[in-house]
Design a protein around this ligand. Structure first.
Ligand code: G16
Length: 543
């Protein structure tokens, strides 16, 4: 479509998607996100932007309509770049500009000129949506924007499935087939190959209970089940048949509340996991014989995965650099264990998988995980090549061969485009099976420092600005000094504050030697945020 034709189409379509006056949106940690009733115009405009990005990169671009862990009444959108990664930060600025533009055509024209976009270039946009009640309407608005330029639809998918399809499409099938069936086949075949290395698995060991957060992940786990050939037996709860999306269930609830989701009874010693609303996060948990709840979050997952990979690389005799990328939320014990016991490189990135993904790309093999369970593993092209060559080498001993084949299947079970609850679950289950490890043994690798996360409502969360991968606040004045002096009151303590990029709040994190101390520190820091950064509503109360 040429620029002149576009103007008429955009003018016609944009009348159907008017911008509410006075509303300002911001493309944050994981795209646009707010109450669904304010989003129609922004969705239409992001359809336009995705089409421009497609023309600009000469590749397929993805648009996922979801608000992930947020409550059912919210919605949002994540834009996906050609290799299945989150959209490049330079374009996030255009997304914010377009969403807020009063003169839409002028902003579109500016982007076209700045990026020297050839408007006669074909575009292809994959659109997907989660199960929220507003998602059908909002994904139609995206499609209106796409067709006002040129473009295409996918329907109900998890966020990582859409990321995967985009990469498959742009690599012309080298990464896999760009269909749901292709996705299930690739991951499940690799899982089955991996578990062939596990000896004598009982039916009990093959059993995993999955909390689908009443969202899209539940539907997709059902779709996948037949591909697993009973090598993993999934008992699904919070499958969307009655409960509300993310309400008292799902990975975010379990991680933040440090308790099991509602909707089922836990049996001591059994393995459970929770997905979030768009199935890009996963956390594991169990209760012990005394009924005590144990959480295995993104940090424990990163430790399990990186240990497994490091051991295999050593057995294969491959000298590849393994790193783990975390964020400021990583439990101090996990960082200590990774650096001092595992002796792997550890990096700290800002919150948001786009930042972790970017940092991970610097290494041969990098496991990146946020504590909230959002993460995956990246292999550099050179690392993949070395592994494949070794797996095909007829002159190596059995131990090396086994390790190389395990690494090859590991690459195939992983979704390298973004954190993926389904793929992570299969990889974790395979590791536990191969190592003959119970969830309790996995948990016992290191002990988490007690911690607490709280939210504080303020008039404008941008009052808080941070540096050093969000570990220190540079504004408002006095904030960091206050946090430092509060931290000094407790043993093994650490705390930080940062504005959320997905909810209209400030997040507070604290850890210390006991749960009482972590709770007290989190509360005191919350009070400081409330007082120094313009808190609204009631003052935070002690836990
Ligand atoms: C999104 C991002 C995550 C981030 C989380 C919370 O998750 O993808 O990387 O950790 O939001 O971000 P914030 O603390 O800025 O609100 P999801 O699963 O909701 O897309």
């Amino acid at each position: 479509m040429l620029y002149g034709d576009m103007v008429g189409e955009v003018e016609k379509q944009s009348i159907m998607h008017p911008k509410p006056p006075g509303l300002t949106l911001h493309y944050g940690t994981a795209g646009l996100r707010t109450n669904a009733k304010h989003l129609d115009h922004a969705m239409f405009r992001m359809g336009l932007l995705a089409t421009l990005r497609s023309k600009n990169t000469k590749a397929t671009i993805g648009v996922m309509v979801t608000a992930s862990h947020n409550p059912e009444e919210d919605n949002g959108l994540k834009l996906i770049d050609p290799m299945g990664e989150m959209m490049a930060p330079a374009w996030e600025h255009y997304a914010t500009q377009l969403a807020n533009a009063d003169d839409l055509l002028t902003v579109l024209k500016d982007i076209i000129e700045k990026e020297a976009i050839n408007m006669s270039q074909e575009a292809n946009v994959f659109v997907g949506k989660d199960t929220r009640s507003s998602s059908a309407r909002l994904s139609q608005a995206v499609l209106d924007g796409v067709s006002a330029l040129d473009g295409h639809n996918y329907g109900l998918v998890t966020t990582p499935q859409l990321h995967y399809m985009v990469r498959c499409q742009n690599t012309k099938g080298k990464y896999g087939e760009a269909t749901l069936d292709g996705y299930y086949s690739k991951l499940c075949q690799a899982f089955i190959q991996l578990t062939k290395n596990a000896s004598n698995r009982t039916d009990d060991q093959k059993l995993l209970s999955v909390d689908g957060a009443n969202g899209i992940g539940a539907l997709k786990v059902r779709e996948m089940e037949s591909h697993l050939k009973k090598e993993l037996q999934i008992s699904l709860f919070n499958d969307g048949s009655q409960g509300k999306l993310n309400y008292q269930c799902g990975a975010d609830f379990v991680k933040v509340q440090q308790k099991p989701p509602t909707g089922f009874k836990m049996n001591p010693g059994e393995r459970y996991c929770s997905f979030d609303g768009d199935a890009d996060r996963i956390v594991y948990y169990y209760t012990d014989s005394e009924g005590q709840f144990h959480l295995l979050d993104g940090d424990k997952i990163a430790t399990l995965m990186s240990t497994f990979l490091k051991e295999l690389l050593e057995q294969a005799g491959l000298n590849l650099k393994v790193a783990v990328v975390q964020t400021a939320y990583a439990n101090g014990s996990s960082t200590h264990y990774l650096e001092n016991t595992m002796k792997v490189i550890v990096r700290c990135a800002k919150t948001g998988v786009k930042h972790l993904h970017h940092a991970a790309q610097e290494f041969d093999v990098a496991v990146y995980f946020e504590s909230n369970g959002h993460g995956t593993v990246l292999f550099s092209e050179a690392a993949e090549e070395k592994i494949c060559q070794l797996a095909e080498d007829p002159n190596i001993n059995d131990e090396k061969k086994r390790a190389a084949l395990l690494l090859q299947n590991t690459i195939n079970v992983i979704n390298q485009t973004v954190g993926d609850a389904i793929s992570d679950m299969l990889f974790i289950e395979a590791i536990l099976a191969i190592k003959g490890m119970s969830v309790q043994q996995w948990d016992a690798v290191y002990a988490d420092l007690p911690n607490r996360q709280l939210k504080v409502k303020v008039a404008d969360r941008r009052a808080i600005d941070t540096t050093d991968a969000e570990r220190r606040a540079v504004s408002p004045p006095g904030m960091q000094d206050t946090v430092d002096s509060l931290v000094n009151k407790y043993k093994q303590a650490r705390s930080f504050v940062r504005p959320s990029g997905t909810e209209d709040i400030v997040r507070v994190y604290a850890e210390a030697d006991t749960q009482e101390s972590a709770d007290a520190l989190a509360h005191e820091v919350s009070l400081a945020v409330y007082r120094l950064a313009g808190g609204v509503g009631e003052e935070p109360k002690p836990l």
